[in-house]
Ligand binder design. Structure first.
Ligand SMILES: Cc1ncc(COP(=O)(O)O)c(C=O)c1O
Length: 358
C-alpha cells in the first residue's frame, strides 16, 4: 500500500490512524453488525458520536455550553449566505476582504443588508491581512466577518482582529483546530471540515448563545435558520462525516490539544519558510507578518521551473503542490495531519531542486 504526502489544499490528508480506525470499524461498528453509515441517526450509537464530537470541539477550544456546536451541510459556501441571512438582515455588517473566499462571503452578505468593507488587499493580490488599526468597523455592525486563514493566498491573521464590542464571525475553514483562539471575541465560527477536521460534506459551526439570540426569527426558511439546528438534529446529518470529525478531534486531543498541534504546526511551517528564505531561488508570495502556517505559497524563478518542480515532486510522492491559478507558483498545504516527515521530505527536495537548477 502507498500513502503519499498530500499537500493539496483540501480535501487533504487525514491522520492515518483515523483512517485505520474507520477501516477497522467499517463493516461492524462496535458489535452492531452494521456500519455506522447504516445505522439510524436517531439511534444510540450515532447520538453518542455526535455528542462526543461536539464535546471534544468545545473542550479543544476551552468553551462550555455558552457555545452551540452544529454539524451542517452545504460547505463553508452555504455559511457565506446563512450568516448574513440570520444576523445581518436589514443591518450593517463589516467584512474584511483578504482573499477570494472572503470576497465571496462579502458578496452574499450584500443580498441581505449593508456591507461595510473595512479593509481590502484585493489591489495587491491579497498578499497580506490587515494589522489592528488598519481596518475600520462600521458603527452598529451586527458583526465583523473575517477569514482567519486565506487558503489560496497563503495568509493568516496572527491574532484576532480587534473589533471592540462587535462580535467576530470567522470563516476558519482552512485553519480550524490548528491553534487556540480567543473565544470570548467570537459570535460564530464556521469551517468546512475537509482541510483540518474531517472529510468533505460536514460544515462545523460554533455559535455563541448570546449572539444567536440576536438572530432574525421571523420569515426564515426552516433549514437556513441556525435556531433549527441547535441542540437537535433537525434532519439527517452526514453521519459518517461526523463520525470521522469525532475521530479527528480525538486525534487532536492526543497531539496535546490545540496548543500541542499549534507548536507542531509552527515547527512544520518554520522549516518550509526557512528553506524559502535561504536565498533568492524561492520567493514567498505572502508578506512575512501575514504568512500562513497552513498554506505555504511561493514562486520559483520561472514558470517552466515551477512545472518541473511539481512534476519531479510527484515522482517522489509529494503530491498536490501546484499553486492556485490566481497566484500561480507552488502551494504546500500542511494542515494538522501532514506529518512532519512530509515537510522534511519536501524541504529536502526543495534544497536538492535548488542545487540542480539554481
Ligand atoms: C477559507 C475557505 N472558505 C471557504 C471555502 C469553501 O468551502 P466549501 O467548498 O466547503 O464551500 C474554502 C475552500 O477551499 C476555503 O478555503
Amino acid at each position: 500500500m502507498k500513502r503519499s504526502f498530500n499537500f493539496s489544499a483540501g480535501p487533504s490528508n487525514l491522520p492515518t490512524s483515523v483512517l485505520e480506525q474507520a477501516q477497522a470499524e467499517l463493516l461492524d461498528y462496535k458489535g452492531t453488525g452494521s456500519s455506522i453509515m447504516e445505522l439510524s441517526h436517531r439511534g444510540p450509537e450515532y447520538i453518542e458520536i455526535d455528542a462526543q464530537a461536539q464535546a471534544r470541539i468545545r473542550s479543544l477550544y476551552g468553551v462550555g455550553d455558552e457555545f452551540e456546536v452544529m454539524f451542517l451541510q452545504g460547505g463553508a459556501s452555504l455559511q457565506f449566505m446563512m450568516v448574513p441571512y440570520n444576523f445581518g438582515f436589514g443591518r450593517t455588517m463589516t467584512y474584511l476582504n483578504t482573499g477570494e473566499w472572503a470576497r465571496k462571503a462579502q458578496k452574499e452578505a450584500k443580498l441581505f443588508g449593508t456591507v461595510h468593507e473595512g479593509f481590502s488587499s484585493e489591489s495587491i493580490n491579497y498578499i497580506r491581512v490587515p494589522k489592528n488599526g488598519e481596518f475600520s468597523v462600521a458603527p452598529g455592525s451586527a458583526y465583523l466577518h473575517f477569514t482567519s486563514n486565506n487558503t489560496i493566498f497563503g495568509t493568516r491573521y496572527a491574532a484576532e482582529p480587534d473589533a471592540g464590542a462587535v462580535p467576530l464571525v470567522c470563516d476558519a475553514s482552512s485553519d480550524f483546530l490548528s491553534r487556540p483562539l480567543d473565544m470570548a471575541r467570537y459570535g460564530l465560527i464556521y469551517a468546512g471540515a475537509q482541510k483540518n477536521a474531517g472529510p468533505a460534506g460536514v460544515t462545523i459551526v460554533l455559535v455563541r448563545k448570546d449572539f444567536l439570540a440576536t438572530a432574525r426569527t421571523e420569515g426564515m426558511s426552516t433549514m437556513l435558520a441556525y435556531k433549527t439546528h441547535v441542540g437537535t438534529m433537525f434532519n439527517t446529518p452526514n453521519t459518517f462525516g461526523v463520525y470521522l470529525v469525532n475521530l479527528v478531534a480525538g486525534w487532536v486531543e492526543a497531539q496535546g490539544g490545540l496548543t500541542g498541534i499549534q507548536a507542531l504546526n509552527e515547527r512544520k511551517a518554520g522549516k518550509l519558510y526557512a528553506e524559502i528564505d535561504r536565498d533568492g531561488f524561492y520567493t514567498g508570495t505572502a508578506e512575512t507578518d501575514s504568512r500562513s502556517r497552513m498554506n505555504v505559497t511561493f514562486r520559483l524563478p520561472s514558470e517552466d521551473l515551477e512545472k518541473r518542480f511539481v512534476k519531479e515532486a510527484e515522482a517522489l510522492d509529494l503530491d498536490g503542490l501546484k499553486g492556485h491559478r490566481s497566484v500561480g507558483g507552488i502551494r504546500a498545504s500542511i494542515y494538522n495531519a501532514m506529518p512532519e516527515a512530509g515537510v522534511d521530505a519536501l524541504t529536502a527536495f526543495m534544497a536538492e531542486f535548488r542545487r540542480k537548477n539554481g
